[in-house]
Write a protein that binds this ligand. Structure first.
Ligand code: URA
Length: 220
């Protein structure tokens, strides 16, 4: 016969009293299967040897943030600072991305940030098609685990992965595109904004794009 909810709670209380009499102060619960799957994926990325970028890297950069988030940002590939620290978007472009996220009324920790490929290409060159091909499974697994409602793709390389197209970023940005159940919003890469600092129009356009994301998520 199945136990009633009251009976389960009574039994739990009994059990906890018993442990407390024994002097036990904490009981560590097993982590959720999402967390376990995520940790194992992270481990795979950190040890990945699927392509030659593994030889030159200091650290692979899996990504970071809230696994329950509705909002994910996907860049191109780790740069120098990210390779050193093992974290995504921590250099100058990353600082700007953090400002953008905060302007959207999110903390950086409340969203998930990652890249299309997880290791730094030499001299920050554009990732090769075969590197993207070998690495893309990791991003696909992250999308499957986190199930964001919106992915903001930063720059042409990440945008092309979700929305294969012949358009330049100026034409592509600012519109939502469907990727399965995910709404994808391509926008300019923060590095492009940093490189073109005097061009205030670019920042304005990114902000227009982010306002659409906020409206979609009902974020005030
Ligand atoms: N540029 C990217 O595309 N990703 C990073 O993590 C940093 C810079």
């Amino acid at each position: 016969m199945e136990k009633s909810a009251e009976r389960i709670i009574e039994d739990l209380e009994e059990g906890l009293k018993y442990y407390s009499l024994l002097g036990v102060e904490f009981i560590e619960l097993p982590s959720s299967s999402q967390e376990t799957d995520y940790l194992s994926l992270k481990e795979q990325i950190l040890n990945c040897q699927k392509c030659p970028l593994a030889q030159a890297r200091k650290n692979a950069v899996p990504g970071e943030g809230d696994l329950e988030t509705e909002l994910m940002f996907v860049g191109e590939a780790p740069g120098r600072d990210e390779d050193i620290q093992g974290k995504p978007f921590v250099g100058r472009a990353g600082q700007l991305l953090t400002k953008i996220i905060n302007a959207m009324h999110f903390q950086r920790e409340e969203v998930y940030i990652t890249n299309l490929i997880k290791c730094r290409p030499p001299d920050n060159r554009t990732p090769h098609a075969d590197e993207i091909e070998k690495c893309k499974g990791y991003l696909l697994e992250q999308l499957e685990m986190i199930k964001p409602k919106v992915v903001v793709t930063l720059g042409k390389v990440a945008s092309d992965f979700f929305v294969p197209n012949r358009l330049g970023m100026s034409a592509l940005r600012g519109n939502f595109y469907e990727y399965g159940r995910i709404q994808v919003m391509p926008t300019f890469h923060p590095s492009y904004l940093v490189r073109n600092e005097p061009n205030k129009m670019l920042k304005k356009m990114v902000w227009e794009d982010m306002k659409k994301v906020m409206a979609f998520l009902g974020k005030k």
